[in-house]
Design a protein around this ligand. Structure first.
Ligand code: ADP
Ligand code: ZN
Length: 623
């Protein structure tokens, strides 16, 4: 048992074990605080580098003789790869879950009880079993229970989008092992969720570390939905041919349909949803992680904890429930820091569906109110004609200036004043209701406004209304835009129980009276009809990381990737766990001749240098 008087320097561990030269953002103060035994709540966007925030304290404390760090994570399907990545870096880690047989389980438990394991991963339902707790008791008695890391901490909150009741039972950790420090981490945290995490996990005393949520390399784009699947196909063809990506859809059936359509169009697409067999799901996830250029078409059942660094785009074909969900899902793009896209198609039907899902849910009225508020925030993001990032960050309480890297910044949309059109629409709905005593749907209302003498107009005598034909100057597309925004902002409601008829609301009055201005994006043509927004620069190179290499460098890079693929296959791990693309690109650039030449390249720690150094030199020597 290695035991030194003072804990190893975190900075030294960062270099020696992970091969990184500097901490990122707020990692250093977090690591110091937790290594010293403080409690922490860490809010950092996806890809921000949360793992090191508990892994380095775990290693430092283990080296100081303090024993085992228990990592609570809901991600059973990913534990194998997470632990594999630590092994590659030479860290003693293990997991306990249902994929282990009895013998393997006993082996892990024995090693844990001896205090040998540095990081032990387990799901919350395992951690709170009497058997596991009595093992923790025994560890604690011998001073070998070092730290608890609670990953994906938003799962404890019903306001988060991944509520898992098992997380509630984790208060036992605090109550039973009061002296053991805890670090809780999440990438999701509006003020409400954050407060809930603190309360539920009893983290009142913990220091809070809130990072900027900005992901500058992600470009946010929200397009008006016409034929979503075709729009998606064009988007992929134009900007992401051969790239790895994730496409989120609302329903299982839609996932299957879209995956099929993409495959028919020649993309390497796989479906993922809760209706698929667990074995199929795992296989598709493994392929996504291990192969290059797979497009995963999925429901939100997919993605939590997926740490694949080179996902180049995340697309939403249906609108999520709220900004937290949207941000977490889009955050899975571009973890490696290279350019990536978050693309969403959004239309009236999304508004109607999401409102209906809230209305029809069995939840209490108070809960529904919160959900409506969250939906409204997302709708106003979708309707926005100013910088998307300013709004996104604003939602998380951050002030910023226009980003220059979202659709609205790159090509500012034409805005037109739809206030008059909105008033005419609302007063038509009012008059019709007055005259006929019943409500009608959007199509009929627009016909009246545009002065069309349809069969229905004749049947109900709506041609005699004072509003008949007063909106003939507006196109149907414009009126649809107005309707969508009125519904999005709650100035108009759709009654799903009554044939999707339109109903005036409290909010209608302010618009009717002209107190609320209605500004609308000019209905833009589909992206395919617009001029290309981005030059193909880094993107047309084999990998963004290798874009600047000369021809020999490219050849070396390709050879290194081939070698890496072989090693990854042998170890049954994703390739990026062996070395990131960026690390291979640095090696290719440096053309190392000796082990010394490899030192200091980001991503090559002591263990990897020892395990792979000579292989890498051999591969490079061929050029
Ligand atoms: P999160 O869990 O916050 O989504 P990860 O912990 O998976 O993020 O880190 C994202 C990526 O950034 C990983 O590939 C990780 O190796 C890398 N990374 C984290 N911290 C650093 C650092 N200080 N220097 C270089 N790379 C880092
Ligand atoms: Zn912007």
């Amino acid at each position: 048992m290695p035991s030194t008087a003072s804990p190893a320097e975190p900075q030294q561990i960062l270099q020696e074990v992970f091969g990184y030269t500097a901490f990122r953002g707020p990692q250093a103060p977090i690591v110091d605080h937790v290594t010293a035994g403080g409690d922490a709540l860490v809010l950092m966007p996806t890809g921000g580098g949360k793992s090191l925030c508990y892994q380095i304290p775990a290693i430092a404390r283990q080296r100081a003789g303090r024993g085992v760090t228990v990592v609570v994570s809901p991600l059973i399907a990913l534990m194998h790869d997470q632990v594999g990545a630590l092994h590659e870096a030479g860290v003693d880690a293990a997991f306990l879950n249902s994929t282990l047989d009895w013998e393997q389980t006993q082996d892990v438990e024995r090693r844990m009880l001896r205090g040998e394991i540095t990081l032990l991963y387990a799901a919350p339902e395992r951690v709170t079993t009497p058997r596991f707790l009595s093992q923790l008791d025994s560890l604690q008695e011998r001073g070998k229970l070092s730290l608890f890391a609670i990953d994906e901490a938003h799962c404890v909150s019903q306001w988060g989008h991944d509520f898992r009741p098992e997380y509630r039972a984790l208060t036992v950790l605090h109550e039973r092992y009061a002296g053991v420090p805890r670090i809780a981490l999440t990438a999701t945290a509006d003020a409400l969720t954050r407060a809930d995490i603190v309360e539920r996990l009893q983290l009142e005393e913990a220091r809070q570390f809130v990072s900027s949520f900005d992901r500058p390399n992600i470009r946010y784009t929200i397009v008006e939905k016409k034929d979503a699947t075709t729009q998606l196909l064009r988007f992929i063809e134009r900007e992401h041919e051969g790239d790895a990506g994730v496409v989120y859809c609302q329903s299982r059936k839609r996932v299957e349909d879209v995956a099929q359509t993409l495959r028919d169009a020649g993309a390497n697409a796989l479906p993922y949803h809760a209706g698929l067999d667990a074995a199929v799901r795992q296989k598709h996830q493994d392929r996504f992680l291990r192969e290059e250029g797979i497009v995963m078409v999925a429901t939100i059942a997919f993605g939590m904890g997926i740490d694949k660094p080179d996902v180049r785009f995340v697309a939403h074909l249906d609108m999520p429930k709220n900004i937290e969900g949207y941000y977490q899902e889009t955050g899975r793009a571009g973890r490696d820091g290279a350019a990536a896209d978050a693309w969403m198609a959004y239309g009236l039907q999304d508004v109607v569906n999401q409102r209906r899902m809230i209305d029809e849910s069995p939840a209490g009225e108070e809960f529904k109110q919160v959900m409506r508020g969250k939906l409204d925030a997302l709708l106003s993001l979708a309707e926005a004609s100013d910088c998307r990032r300013v709004r996104l960050l604003g939602y998380f309480g951050e002030k910023s200036t226009p980003c220059g890297n979202c659709d609205n910044c790159v090509s500012p949309p034409q805005v037109w004043d739809g206030t008059e059109a909105a008033r005419k629409l609302l007063s038509t709905i009012y008059r019709v209701q007055q005259q006929s005593g019943i409500s009608f749907g959007a199509g009929h209302i627009m016909d009246i406004l545009r002065g069309k003498t349809t069969e229905k107009v004749t049947q109900f005598g709506h041609g005699s209304l004072s509003t008949f034909g007063i909106g003939s100057e507006f196109s149907e597309a414009q009126l649809r835009g107005v309707l969508r925004q009125l519904i999005a902002t709650g100035a108009l409601a759709v009654d799903a129980q009554a044939y999707n008829t339109l109903q005036l609301t409290e909010g209608s009055r302010a618009v009717l009276k002209g107190e609320t201005q209605v500004l609308l994006r000019e209905s833009v043509s589909s992206p395919a009809e617009r001029k290309p927004r981005r030059e193909k620069t880094a993107r047309s190179a084999p990998s963004p990381a290798a874009a600047t290499l000369d021809a020999t460098g490219q050849a070396r890079f390709a050879a290194l990737k081939a070698w890496r693929a072989e090693v990854a296959r042998e170890h049954n791990l994703p390739a990026y766990v062996i070395f990131h693309d960026a690390t291979l690109a640095s090696i290719a650039e440096r053309a190392p001749a000796t082990l010394e030449d490899l030192q200091g390249i980001s991503g090559i720690g002591a263990k990897k240098l020892e395990a792979y150094g000579s292989d890498v030199l051999r591969v490079c020597a061929a050029f």
